[in-house]
Write a protein that binds this ligand. Structure first.
Ligand code: DGY
Length: 428
């Protein structure tokens, strides 16, 4: 596939500008790191899967920043191995829930949950693309033990049953916070049972709807439950055995598990590249187990982007891929003018601007593009549509899939990062 870079050069420069503007120097435990925040308007700390994606872009033009970003994320690792979804910046006060609310200070200056484990994929990509091979090797040897610890945490606490599917204990862990696929489970938490101090705290401190457009953010009823879960886990001392066993929201998620499958494949390659004593085959087997589980639980009626889990996971079955690809390019479902909507257009839950209930997100397009090697025409179309969408509308968090108009926060780092990554990977 030969695609011409030249028409995107101007946007590429702007994308790099967004990342530079959102780069902060932060001091953690006496060490200084450069890292990129998702958006100055609201997400002013470091987010786990955002950072993994940022590094996949910065390695193309500032590889030291890519190393730094990943080191900074890993600096938030808990002793149980979890790499949290937010690593806080002590200087920032805008974001709620803040570090005090999480009550995690004895573990790290971080949130208490995780996010889709894109990290191994990012480390493999950064390792392969970095031009300074000596530094790349040093980096790999430094981060690999921590990455292994993270994957061992996910296996031990989130899939002790060996099902291949990981348990999430908070919708935020999925990265697709208010996806309708969580509605039925969240609704089991009765709002009337949420302690009044939690409700009052949300009413007083919820910032996202003050600095952003309320109608594009998760609904009040969802947000109260998000914060309630954090309060509950804090009361349980962030003991993960208790949390996974007793949480009113503990669910197996195919989307998260599909990233887990792809990441285990990446980790097994990293082990082979580093001559580490760890067994690459162990992580390959975990990936195979997840792919099997995803294939078995695959449902063509799923109306959200979780439908595409087999593509993200790298499931090989041509039959399955054909079926899913057909749904992807159905105009009434996921092939809107500006795809890929996070919820099928014909679903009753579809809402074109409300966060993960309809808008198109570049991250999903990127995973699809990377996963669609056996469908080159669809891949090419989606790639061009993604690049044009960003070029025309700017670097926003997400977009209305029917009109392409921006939704969510502006000057959004991972949108810029994805533009850069796709540019260097697919265009000449
Ligand atoms: C939010 O929207 O505040 C969540 O932290 C997402 O991670």
């Amino acid at each position: 596939m030969v695609l011409q870079r030249s028409k995107y050069k101007g946007t590429l420069d702007k994308a790099k500008g967004v990342l530079r503007e959102n780069t902060y120097t932060v001091k953690i435990k006496g060490k200084t790191y450069r890292r990129i925040i998702p958006s100055r308007s609201f997400y002013v700390h470091q987010w786990n899967w955002d950072s993994a994606i940022h590094a996949m872009a910065t390695v193309f033009f500032d590889e030291n920043l890519a190393f730094d970003e990943i080191r900074s994320l890993i600096s938030g690792q808990w002793t149980n191995g979890m790499i949290p979804h937010i690593v806080f910046n002590p200087e920032e006060k805008l974001y709620f829930p803040d570090p005090e609310f999480w009550g995690t200070d004895k573990f790290a200056f971080s949130s208490g949950i995780t996010q889709p484990p894109v990290l191994a994929i990012a480390i493999l990509h950064v390792y392969k693309k970095a031009k300074n091979r000596r530094k790349a090797k040093e980096f790999l040897l430094e981060v690999l033990p921590k990455l292994l610890k993270y994957h061992n945490y996910l296996k031990k606490y989130r899939d002790p049953e060996g099902s291949g599917l990981l348990t999430l204990v908070h919708p935020w862990e999925s990265g697709t916070d208010n996806s309708p696929r969580f509605d039925a489970y969240l609704s089991k938490i009765n709002i009337k049972e949420i302690p009044s101090d939690v409700i009052q705290t949300v009413r007083k401190y919820r910032t996202d709807i003050k600095v952003g457009v309320k109608e594009t953010r998760p609904r009040d009823e969802d947000y109260l439950r998000y914060i309630y879960l954090i309060d509950l886990y804090k009361k349980w001392g962030w003991d993960y055995k208790t949390i996974v066993k007793r949480s009113p929201f503990a669910i197996k998620d195919v989307f998260f598990s599909s990233i887990w499958a792809a990441s285990n494949m990446a980790l097994s390659q990293l082990i082979e590249l580093s001559d580490s004593k760890s067994k690459a085959s162990y992580f390959k087997n975990l990936a195979a187990q997840s792919k099997r589980a995803i294939s078995e639980s695959f449902n063509i009626k799923e109306p959200t982007i979780a439908l595409f889990a087999p593509i993200f996971a790298g499931v090989e079955s041509e039959n399955k891929l054909d079926t899913i690809a057909k749904i992807l390019i159905t105009p009434k479902k996921f092939w809107s003018k500006f795809p890929v909507p996070s919820v099928s257009l014909d679903s009753l839950d579809f809402d074109s601007t409300r966060y993960w209930r309809g808008p198109s997100w570049p991250i999903i397009n990127m995973f699809l593009i990377d996963g669609l090697s056996s469908k080159p025409t669809i891949r090419k179309n989606l790639l061009e549509k993604t690049m044009t969408l960003i070029k025309k509308n700017g670097f926003f968090e997400c977009y209305d899939p029917k009109t392409g108009s921006p939704a969510g926060f502006p000057n959004f780092s991972w949108t810029a990062a994805i533009f850069i990554y796709l540019y260097y990977k697919y265009y000449l």
